[in-house]
Design a protein around this ligand. Structure first.
Ligand SMILES: [Zn+2]
Length: 137
């Protein structure tokens, strides 16, 4: 999950607050930020989750603040990896991803045994969001 900025410096991953529509504070959004020129961008792993959330909020959302970790497995994982301002440990992130996938697979088996189709569907969607892009090892 390393990325080089267009200015040549290595970008760092951190959790940031994104303001949408001037009214909604979305906390804990994982972004790449450049320590040299301050350029920042949302990490590709969460772009689809963020677009989905913004789509749900609509054009005229009420003033509110929410944590992106409730919408994105990746934001949740990075939050758990203890990213409060610290530099992320790639190994720790990989371990958490693996753990999360195992948990979700366990839950999927449980949902299957309960014949809960809606729950199975939700768990499959969460697994797909994690599996879409695994960090490079
Ligand atoms: Zn830069």
């Amino acid at each position: 999950m390393r990325k080089r900025c267009s200015c040549g410096s290595e970008m760092k991953i951190r959790l940031s607050t994104v303001i949408y529509s001037g009214r909604v504070e979305i906390d804990d959004v994982p972004i790449y930020s450049c320590p040299a020129c301050n350029r920042s961008e949302v990490i590709p792993e969460v772009k689809q989750d963020l677009t989905g959330l913004i789509g749900k909020l609509g054009d005229k959302p009420p003033k509110q603040s929410l944590s992106f970790s409730e919408w994105s497995e990746w934001a949740d994982l990075l939050l758990q990896a203890g990213m409060g301002g610290k530099e992320p440990d790639a190994r720790e992130i990989e371990r958490l991803v693996e753990e999360r996938v195992n948990d979700l697979l366990d839950l999927h088996l449980l949902a299957q045994s309960l014949n809960d189709a809606a729950w199975q569907e939700e768990l499959r969607a969460r697994l797909a969001r994690i599996a879409r892009r695994m960090p490079n090892t």
